[in-house]
Design a protein around this ligand. Sequence first.
Ligand code: MN
Length: 284
Amino acid sequence: MSAKTSRADRPSSVCPPASGQPPWSQLKPEDLAASAEELLSFHDVFHDCFSRREQRRWSLFYLCGQLSNTERKTIEPMVLTLQGADPNAGRAAHQLLEAINTLLAYDAQLRIAVEPKPNEPMDLAYIPTMGHALALGFQSSDPKRVGVLMETAHSLLAGLDPADEIDFAMAFGKLWSVHLNDQNGLKFDQDRSFGAVNLRGAFNQVRVLDENRFWEVGVVGLDVKALRTQPAELATKHLRNSLHMFLRLVELSRSLDRRAVEQLIANRDYEELDWLILDHLMGK
Ligand SMILES: [Mn+2]
């Protein structure tokens, strides 16, 4: 008869393994030493099973890089020389396209506005600008149902002028929404109140939206967030500020002397045009 018994045949009085026993709080130094001894002998027997093949592969890769004729022997040029540009970049775009096509097929009424973002939550910029988002939409299974959404802070983080991004997308009838806010330089995505950092930049965005009759085709959103150190009861003022700023800038855009603007552009007198607009923004 075999020495093995099935689980069901085992007597219940068999002592469970250590992991199944209640913690034993009366450890003495010699108990710890004995445990350490056991662990070491376990490691001696099994450590070969736990070595990772990646270490061998990458050390070989690194040596090949050291022996290559790249000018700098740091990881980035080595990877670019031996492996080429990141193949995941192309794969990611195809995965995004696949997701868009799946959604379009899932709901025949659905329209998708892609909101480009150059940084978070990843350090890789797969769809950082209007141009990227438009290209993705035009490749989709139903380009009529894919448009874009411009967020001020995202355009600024991509090093672009939000008003130009608005104009570019509107040129193709593809701007379906905007998230107006502001951004102070290249840091985390701040979502400051609209116009809080760059008043002239905010005016330019409102003007290009209004002059192109955006209200007929899209929705204005204010994607802003409260400053982190504000008390809770004051933390919704950024919404008031952004809304008032937007409405005031619409008024200012509509009350700007159109004939004077056209004349200055015709004269190529751009300094005077700057002053006309700044003077108008500052009021009298
Ligand atoms: Mn947004």
